[in-house]
Design a protein around this ligand. Structure first.
Ligand SMILES: CC(C)(COP(=O)(O)OP(=O)(O)OC[C@H]1O[C@@H](n2cnc3c(N)ncnc32)[C@H](O)[C@@H]1OP(=O)(O)O)[C@@H](O)C(=O)NCCC(=O)NCCS
Length: 135
């Protein structure tokens, strides 16, 4: 028996974030900013790294890219921590959604996220593609 399935691209989003902006927000708001925007695992990964703000900026860019791909941006009841950017053992990032973001993704039938992050000292960028699998 041959199993057939098709994949539909539901949306694509990109974003770019200045690392200095993240550093400013940390200086101004400290843990209040960090805990409002990042989950425990995201913070643990960046913590202690020489270029912590690059990793955090990359995750911030990825969160924005995901929200753009869903067509929402940060609106309604969505929170930054609804979009978590984690990593596989080889370093490849992946996304898990909770809360309102997860609800909207389900409504849009999104069941896969393809994301990519890149960063240098001054900027981080990310791209997110939302995919629905049929069949
Ligand atoms: C992936 C790789 C090309 C990154 O390129 P780079 O120019 O050094 O760095 P960039 O700023 O462009 O990208 C860094 C981001 O790439 C992503 N990345 C890392 N490993 C990845 C992989 N195997 N596949 C896809 N994306 C990966 C991460 O999101 C990383 O950012 P983060 O650490 O903040 O999560 C390079 O690190 C590589 O070849 N890695 C091979 C896998 C490896 O050695 N892993 C060891 C880590 S445990």
């Amino acid at each position: 028996m041959r199993l057939l399935f098709t994949m539909r691209i539901i949306g694509h989003g990109i974003d770019i974030v200045e690392t200095a902006r993240i550093e400013r927000l940390i200086d101004q708001h400290g843990t209040r900013f960090l805990e409002r925007c990042y989950g425990t695992n995201e913070l643990a990964y960046a913590e202690g790294k020489r270029c912590r703000s690059e990793h955090l900026a990359g995750r911030f860019a990825a969160k924005e890219a995901v929200l753009k791909a869903m067509g929402t941006g940060l609106s309604g009841r969505i929170q930054w921590t609804d979009v978590l950017v984690l990593r596989k053992p080889d370093g490849q990032p992946f996304v898990t959604l909770t809360g309102e973001a997860q609800r909207i993704a389900q409504e849009l039938q999104i069941d896969q996220w393809w994301i990519s992050i890149s960063h240098i000292a001054t900027h981080a960028t990310a791209s997110a593609i939302a995919v629905a699998t049929d069949g």
